[in-house]
Design a protein around this ligand. Structure first.
Ligand code: PEP
Ligand code: MN
Length: 338
């Protein structure tokens, strides 16, 4: 961090500012420009409040050199993070596919879809038991009963389960029962929830907020990492823009941007990202081509009867065709020598 001082700054003011900064344990170094004096700060600068420094009337501006996400950032962790979850790898060249219905509806539905997506090659089973619906009159999910059905599907197929948590009250149950805890777009900045999940030892799938920047997502991941949980997977699921032709605008450029800034694995959800089943195929291939570490796809055995998000759910048949193609795209992208 660099503090640029105004020419009017007095020696007394500068000495006092230097003292303030070294009391915080920072290394303080004067930098002399042609007509300007700057103070360079090194150390735990994320603790420094930029706002309180610029409030000094003798300070011109504050320049930040490093990103505020020290744990999520690549700077201090240059290698890709690779996690092993229930014998499956995510990150660093391994391609993970999470598939299943938007919501858990019944045992028969879960088992049928779980078997189909497993046969097609999915590594993880998804299904919402607690659903964040825009309307309080829409199906809200089966809650804990839904979690039980997910467990049955896991037992019968061996697929680890990924499901969304909406409230802190269920953290203990989720830690015990699920394989990957999903934090949905609407809760990406629910900081108490992020902290609480950060204290669990469970891998977390953190979805990008509806109107969040990439840096905001990385700061949300930082909340989880800071509490000691170092298994965070990021998920690009589209953002709000002026475009109405799709439910959200799938920001595929987020993949290489995140890869530059962070070591965390990043997967793509083309189902929520587009909102239409017939766009899922092409956007999945595009995500693999852009270097994603995996996909989260909504698959339903009877999309027209789905209680939630049927319009964006693909059938098991289309999913199996997609899997074959996406693996090929991933192979080409992962081949370092081309
Ligand atoms: C979901 O994956 O079920 C979901 C609700 O997604 P999002 O939080 O991205 O809207
Ligand atoms: Mn959904």
């Amino acid at each position: 961090m660099i503090i640029v001082l105004k020419n009017t700054a007095t020696e007394e003011q500068i000495t006092s500012l230097r003292g303030e900064m070294s009391e915080m344990g920072l290394a303080v170094q004067d930098i002399h420009g042609e007509n300007t004096l700057m103070i360079g700060l090194a150390g735990a600068t994320e603790m420094v409040s930029e706002d309180s420094i610029v409030r000094h009337e003798f300070v011109e501006k504050v320049l930040k050199i490093s990103e505020p996400y020290k744990l999520a950032g690549r700077k201090f962790h240059p290698k890709d993070s690779i996690y092993e979850i229930a014998g499956r790898k995510i990150g660093g060249g391994a391609f993970a596919v999470i598939a299943g219905p938007c919501s858990v509806e019944s045992e028969e539905q879960m088992l049928s879809i779980a078997r189909d997506v497993k046969t097609a090659g999915a590594g993880f089973l998804r299904g919402g038991a607690f659903k964040p619906r825009s309307s309080p009159y829409s199906f809200q999910g089966l809650g804990l009963d839904g979690l039980e059905l997910l467990k049955i599907a896991r037992e019968k197929t061996g697929l680890p389960i990924v499901t969304e948590i909406m409230s802190q009250e269920y953290v203990e149950i989720f830690e015990k029962e699920v394989d990957v805890i999903q934090i949905g777009a609407r809760n990406m900045q629910n900081f108490p929830l992020l902290r609480e999940i950060g204290r669990t030892g469970k891998p977390v799938l953190l979805k990008r907020g509806l109107s969040s920047t990439i840096d905001e997502m990385l700061m949300a991941a930082e909340y989880i990492l800071k509490e000691g949980n170092n298994h965070v997977i990021l998920c690009e699921r589209g953002i709000r823009t002026f475009e109405t032709a799709t439910r959200n605008t799938l920001d595929l450029s987020a993949i290489p941007v995140i890869k530059k800034r962070s070591h965390l694995p990043v997967i793509v959800d083309p189902s929520h990202g587009t909102g239409y089943w017939d766009l899922v195929y092409s956007m999945s291939l595009a995500a693999a081509a852009a270097g994603a570490d995996g996909l989260m796809i909504e698959v339903h055995n009877q999309p027209v009867k789905a209680l939630c998000d049927g319009q964006q759910s693909i059938t098991p048949y289309l999913f199996s065709r997609l899997m074959r193609k996406v693996e090929k795209v991933h192979e080409i992208v992962a081949a370092a020598d081309i």
